[in-house]
Ligand binder design. Structure first.
Ligand code: ARG
Length: 357
């Protein structure tokens, strides 16, 4: 544990907030704790600020306008896989709120010199299985075929027959123990069945998606302390589901199906059948979430909000690093204002941060 990293965080915390403890005193406490235990413990205020700033520093996220309202669930006393799983379930309930989604993070025990913290192996709390079929195809989400195999090897009883939207179990290890699997109870996973405002046949395809994107494999790094399990969620942008998850060739690859039902001429790329089917897919997603009363942003509004955020950051005297290729939506890029400019280059050493798994 490097005192300099702790001090750098403390400097930022004191510069941006008004803590009641004197800076010198808090720094002395931290130094003392590091000398005697090899690490130190954030106050709840430090943890909350650190998690929010880690979001603010996430160069790939277009939704950062709301960084300062992130709800932080302090579960640093939770280390056992079964308890971590139970708290993830509670996280989903509290973040979902029947559809009025709240940006939430749950922070579990940090890594300590003598004891690594627990780890969630899923990349999100809710994901759909990709079942390998005897004919070599995958039923479900192609991206999760390996993870699904892994879960089965750990003892997961997959539904029989395997479906296209089977929610994967949580795979969690505690410190240095072997991973264990935990099924998510159905009432913790809100899902939206898809329909289209004009095309009734779309509902017959029996497509659906889960309401809450909750990333669970990015360690949270604050002032030299690493929290390996700190799942966090926001709410979806329609394009993430409608233009990527259901559409990417290695995911659900649905454009040929949609195009056929729309009666489009697929004989040549130049008919733009893919583009036309894509827009209808995004419309269906947006429409269905609206009908279900589940929070979802659209790429036009969210792009404008992001530029508001960049301007606010600049007037607060801060840089707002952003990764253009992640910020620009995967449809109609040039129609959104985020397309028409460049951003400050992200610096991989910036902290607090969510780290790459
Ligand atoms: N793109 C990811 C997905 O489709 C989710 C990433 C986080 N998105 C968000 N709106 N917070 O599942």
């Amino acid at each position: 544990m490097d005192l300099a990293e702790a001090q750098e965080f403390l400097d930022q915390f004191y510069a941006e907030t008004s803590p009641t403890t004197r800076f010198d005193h808090r720094l002395w406490q931290i130094r003392h704790e590091i000398e005697t235990t090899g690490s130190y413990t954030h106050t709840v205020e430090e943890l909350t600020f650190g998690a929010r700033v880690a979001w603010r520093n996430s160069a790939r996220c277009i939704g950062r306008l709301y960084w300062n309202s992130l709800r932080v669930r302090d579960r640093r006393d939770v280390t056992k896989p079964a308890d971590v799983a139970a708290q993830c379930v509670e996280h989903l309930h509290e973040a979902t709120r029947g559809g009025r989604i709240r940006s939430t993070i749950t922070v579990f025990a940090p890594d300590r010199p003598d004891q690594p913290g627990p780890r969630i192996h899923n990349d999100q709390l809710v994901r759909y299985a990709g079942h390998r079929l005897p004919n070599g195809e995958v039923r479900g989400d192609g991206r999760y075929a390996d993870f699904t195999d892994h879960a089965v090897a750990l003892g997961w009883q997959r539904p029989e027959p395997p479906g296209r939207f089977d929610v994967l179990p949580l795979v969690i290890s505690g410190g240095d123990t072997e991973p264990e699997i935990f099924d998510l109870p159905a009432d913790a996973v809100l899902e939206v069945p898809l329909s289209h405002p004009d095309h009734e046949w779309l509902a017959d395809l029996r497509l659906r998606w889960h309401a809450v994107p909750a990333i669970s494999n990015m360690p949270l790094d604050i002032g030299g302390v690493t929290y390996p399990a700190a799942p966090f969620n926001g709410w979806y942008l329609g394009t993430e589901i409608g233009a990527r998850n259901l559409v990417d060739a290695d995911r659900y690859n649905l454009l040929p199906v949609i195009a056929e039902r729309l009666g489009l001429d697929t004989s040549s790329e130049r008919t733009l059948w893919r583009d036309r089917a894509l827009v209808e897919m995004v419309r269906a997603v947006q429409h269905s979430f609206d009908e279900a009363g589940v929070t979802m942003a659209d790429h036009h509004s969210e792009s404008r909000r992001f530029l508001t955020h960049v301007a606010r950051e600049e007037s607060a005297g801060r840089r707002c690093p952003a990764d253009w290729s992640w910020i620009v939506p995967p449809v109609s890029g040039g129609l959104t204002p985020v397309y028409h400019r460049y951003y400050d280059e992200p610096d991989p050493t910036t902290r607090p941060a969510f780290l790459q798994p």
